[in-house]
Design a protein around this ligand. Structure first.
Ligand code: FES
Ligand code: FES
Length: 159
């Protein structure tokens, strides 16, 4: 039995009928066509599905869509400052070569957004700890850490 729910995603309101067991990930990708958010493990282990719910990073594969009614959901599609201007974290990932196949990247970036808002001047150890729920099979993480340090500087107005 489907249930009519209202979701606010990237500032847009949606009213959709979903089965109560559908995850936020399934609804974002299949109902709203917001495929920037990836589905990797589906079990909370890889972080590829990370989105922000009321500003906090969550695994959309473990979150039911009906649970997040009335909350502000932000996906990678909603992060850029405008059509012509990426978010500084996105810029830094590109500039520092932190993207290879790109599958982990939306989740990495959403985790980073939450992390830097709560810790604007992180140490490398703190960055590694923040990323412990996000797996990357390509980059070896060094460039991702460089990108996050660079983004932290940019977000503080350092570049
Ligand atoms: S797909 Fe959600 S944590 Fe892996
Ligand atoms: S860039 Fe390929 S998994 Fe991270």
């Amino acid at each position: 039995m489907k249930q009519l729910i209202k979701l606010k995603v990237n500032g847009d309101e949606y009213e959709i009928a979903v089965a109560p067991w559908k995850t936020l990930n399934e609804v974002l990708r299949k109902e709203l066509n917001l495929t920037g958010t990836k589905l990797g493990c589906g079990t909370g282990d890889c972080g590829a599905c990370t989105v922000l719910v009321d500003g906090k990073a969550v695994n959309s594969c473990l979150t039911l869509a009906v649970e997040v009614q009335g909350k502000e959901i932000t996906t990678i599609e909603g992060l850029a400052e405008s059509e012509d201007k990426l978010h500084p974290i996105q810029e830094s990932f590109i500039e520092k070569g932190a993207v290879q196949c790109g599958f982990c990247t939306p989740g990495m970036i959403m985790t980073t957004k939450y992390f830097l808002e709560n810790n604007p001047s992180p140490t490398v150890e703190e960055i590694k700890k923040a990323l412990d729920g996000n797996l990357c099979r390509c980059t070896g993480y060094v460039k991702i850490i460089d990108a996050i340090q660079d983004a932290a500087k940019k977000m503080k107005g350092g570049k």
